[in-house]
Design a binder for this molecule. Structure first.
Ligand SMILES: Cc1cc2nc3c(=O)[nH]c(=O)nc-3n(C[C@H](O)[C@H](O)[C@H](O)COP(=O)(O)OP(=O)(O)OC[C@H]3O[C@@H](n4cnc5c(N)ncnc54)[C@H](O)[C@@H]3O)c2cc1C
Length: 406
């Protein structure tokens, strides 16, 4: 494999597509574009997956909770992608059972949750890792002994998948290099190069280790910088309204014996009703996530005590005999969801209700920006972004000849 220095040295001055950002979105785009035969460079200012793509809940899932928000197309797309990722990356995407306990007086009665489960299995065309089934309270006592069964009416057990988010990103980027892309890490875009009409022609990239700068000319430039989306756009044009409404998500990690869950357990926070998971993870269990608006520095996002207490409080309600204390927390991680700001902004919309759908925006300056979406749907996001880039290349007569008939 080429070293990081080889990749920097190899970073050419002319490419078809320059991708800014080496999270799952940028890596997926580089992979897709290189596999179509385009000359691609990807630059990442830090390490691959150092942003949100190593700070997720690590699930490849349809997002059962989005059914409640009637986001059927999002769920359909996600469960279809879950199936494809299980097929193409079986070493990275594995089935995981999720237990959904329903108590007397719950927001949704058991019959409604079970109907949702049928819909969820149906949207996957009954090709879920396994079909759901309902567990009676006495079965729950055996299958998930740490969980409180007081006032439990039943607990559907359904299946989604877990992954290693950073490794999925890394392997996607490696696949891009195998297809011919140049992927340079510790390479930051510091400004865009533009023509007289203000159209983006490329970027100046700085080697964050050696300090050297290079100008890369590209026929299409893609901004896939996740939580840094607005900062990247601001390097090219004035931003009237930010494109993003980033929200912070925190997880806490405890020893598995402190919270010995056998399945991922779906919990509703006792105070605000938000959906959380307690997920078994080898010798540990992690609990997350919070979902709060964030307007600080994207590079400085971290858990605070209020986040930790909030998660401990949820765990206490579901696992009262394993009451966690702050001292039980081995570590935390925090990430920013690069969610698109709704077109008609309403600050009263709860953070959890902001759509997870992605959007592709082509600015007056020609910069293609992709934001929103999920780890799970990165392949589709990449395909749509590369389609957009190819359209621009065709319009500007820069589509490589070998691709013009494709
Ligand atoms: C708490 C939480 C839980 C989540 N859980 C799940 C889940 O379970 N399943 C799921 O499917 N999705 C989940 N998501 C969503 C998913 O993680 C994100 O949608 C996805 O990781 C975003 O990837 P990205 O590539 O767009 O952004 P990032 O991973 O942040 O990548 C952007 C990259 O751009 C780089 N960059 C920024 N500026 C520059 C520059 N000037 N020059 C060069 N590089 C630059 C950054 O260093 C960064 O690496 C979760 C998100 C959060 C926050």
């Amino acid at each position: 494999m080429p070293t990081r220095q080889d990749m920097w040295d190899h970073l050419g001055s002319d490419v078809d597509i320059l991708v800014v950002g080496g999270g799952i979105t940028g890596s997926g785009i580089a992979r897709d574009a290189a596999r179509r035969g385009l000359k691609v460079a990807l630059v990442e200012m830090s390490d691959l997956a150092s942003g949100t793509s190593s700070r997720s809940s690590k699930l490849v899932h349809g997002g059962l909770r989005y059914l409640e928000q009637y986001e059927f197309s999002l769920v359909f797309e996600a469960v279809s992608e879950r199936r494809i990722l299980m097929d193409i990356a079986p070493h990275l995407v594995n089935p995981l059972g999720f237990l959904f306990p329903v108590y007397k007086g719950s927001r949704k009665p058991l019959w409604m949750v079970n109907t949702g489960m049928w819909l969820y299995d149906g949207l996957s065309l009954f090709r879920s890792p396994r079909l759901h089934r309902n567990l009676e309270p006495k079965e729950v006592k055996v299958e998930e002994p740490a969980l409180t069964t007081e006032k439990l009416t039943g607990a559907p057990l359904y299946y989604d998948c877990y992954t290693d988010d950073a490794r999925l990103t890394l392997e996607t980027a490696l696949d891009a290099t195998r297809a011919g892309a140049t992927v340079a890490t510790w390479a930051r875009v510091v400004r865009f190069v533009k023509d007289e009409a203000g159209r983006v022609l490329g970027a100046v990239v700085r080697d964050e280790i050696g300090g050297e700068e290079k100008e890369i000319r590209a026929h299409a430039v893609v901004n896939a910088t996740g939580p840094w989306t607005d900062d990247t756009i601001a390097m090219s044009r004035r931003i009237e309204h930010s494109l993003l409404r980033p929200t912070k998500g925190v997880h806490i990690v405890v020893d598995h014996h402190k919270l010995p869950v056998q399945h991922a357990v779906v919990c509703f926070h006792p105070v605000d009703g938000r959906v959380l998971f307690a997920i078994p993870w080898g010798e540990q269990t992690y609990i997350g996530t919070t979902d709060t608006d964030y307007d600080g520095d994207s590079g400085e996002v971290a858990a605070d005590l209020a986040d930790v207490d909030y998660l401990i409080e949820a765990a206490a309600a579901y696992f009262p005999e394993h009451r966690l204390q702050r001292d039980d927390v081995l570590s935390t991680w925090a990430g920013l969801r690069p969610l698109m700001r709704p077109a008609t902004e309403n600050k009263d919309i709860d953070e959890s209700a902001v759509s997870r759908e992605h959007q592709i925006v082509v600015g007056q300056d020609g910069l293609i920006t992709i934001a929103g979406g999920k780890l799970t749907t990165h392949r589709r996001m990449a395909a749509e972004t590369v389609d957009t880039a190819v359209k621009l290349l065709r319009l500007s007569n820069h589509l490589p000849e070998r691709l013009t008939t494709a």
